[in-house]
Ligand binder design. Structure first.
Ligand SMILES: [Zn+2]
Ligand SMILES: [Zn+2]
Length: 358
């Protein structure tokens, strides 16, 4: 039976499993409104996850057919995976920030091979060795491309507008744009008194932005349509208009820290208080990481070489294939930040480009 937690004040969370993933589960939140239940995120698109989601609603005396709306914190498949199925069963609307909706639309419209080509191109540009890129090309050549989650995820039909209240009968839920983990990540501030009168200003559905024991992945925003011209200019150090996801994330963290919420309801792990303390820890963590990277960049390195030398939760040789791609994109995001801050720069004439501390 699905584990249901009552948070009080017409808010519950359901633990919806993520198959074969160390994160374990997504916390799907159910918010009671005068027009029926609204979900914050939906969970991974898998039959067992669907059963847990609907079983959890049943345990609350609700049916998935009654769901009135779906509010998505960001487009990742552990959050948005089941949205389409919920909409089919209930006729609910799905709301998402425009920047993440653009990612969903782009992914749906692109050829299955486009993503593989993009990834292979990107990995080559950051200095990945040929034996790391070869399996991608082999998978594409063999047509093994349909296993990627999120390729056909549901196109939202409502836009979450930053700073505005969502149209929820009888509730005050305000959208706060928190880019970084994805370009259109939002946190949702329930501007109502805490049901147990904990001190502070309401509660926050924080998605993946603020988690009690995990530092969310911050990589470069993925764009399979990125033109070859753009990626060439990235190899040359990049135009000033380039995105800076880590900078976005750190800014968003500070914004969330200033809200002074009484309690955070994240999409993984468990609810917690002291949002400001957790924000401080994460800011410190990234500051330390940037300082560590600067020391490594005393010698010019490609982002791949940098990722190999950074500290991870296990030695680089033991990091599985897919996680190395995630790690190198995290290294890139940190390099991008250091370049923006003027603390590192690309070495002219290097291909793949190397970076050095200044
Ligand atoms: Zn995520
Ligand atoms: Zn997540």
């Amino acid at each position: 039976m699905t584990q249901v937690t009552e948070h009080g004040g017409g808010v519950w969370s359901l633990r919806v499993p993520i198959p074969d993933n160390p994160l374990g589960h997504t916390l799907v939140h159910v918010l009671d409104t005068d027009r029926g239940p609204v979900l914050v995120d939906t969970g991974w698109d898998d039959p067992a996850s669907w059963d847990e989601l609907t079983g959890g609603l049943d345990a609350l005396g609700l049916s998935v057919r009654e769901v009135h709306g779906v509010v998505i914190t960001h487009h990742h498949p552990d959050h948005h995976g089941l949205s389409g199925r919920v909409r089919e069963e209930s006729g609910a609307w799905i709301a998402m920030h425009a920047a993440d909706t653009a990612v969903v639309r782009r992914t749906r419209e692109s050829e299955p091979g486009t993503w593989f080509d993009y990834l292979a191109r990107k990995l080559a540009a950051v200095g990945a060795p040929e034996d790391h890129i070869a399996p991608l090309r082999a998978a594409r050549a063999a047509g093994r491309m349909r296993t990627l989650p999120g390729l056909r995820s549901a196109l939202p039909d409502r836009e979450i507008v930053p700073g505005e209240l969502l149209d929820l009968a009888g509730r005050r839920l305000r959208a706060i744009w928190t880019p970084g983990h994805t370009p259109g990540h939002v946190c949702l501030h329930l501007e109502e008194e805490h049901p147990s009168r904990l001190p502070g200003h309401g509660r926050l559905f924080s998605g993946d932005h603020l988690l009690p024991g995990i530092s969310p992945h911050i990589g470069l925003y993925e764009d399979p349509d990125e033109s070859p011209k753009l990626s060439t200019s990235f190899e040359q150090g990049g135009p000033p208009s380039e995105t800076d996801p880590l900078g976005d994330y750190l800014d968003s963290l500070e914004r969330i820290g200033r809200l002074g919420v009484a309690e955070v309801l994240p999409a993984h792990q468990h609810a917690f208080t002291d949002a400001a303390g957790r924000v401080r820890e994460l800011l410190d963590h990234h500051e330390e990481r940037l300082t560590g990277l600067l020391a490594l960049l005393a010698t010019p390195l490609t982002p791949w070489q940098l990722a190999e030398r950074m500290e991870w939760n296990r030695p680089w040789e033991q990091i599985p294939y897919g996680s190395r791609n995630i790690a190198v994109s995290e290294a890139e995001a940190h390099v991008r930040r250091l370049v923006k801050l003027g603390r590192a720069e690309p070495v002219p004439g290097t291909a793949p480009v190397t970076y050095v501390a200044v």
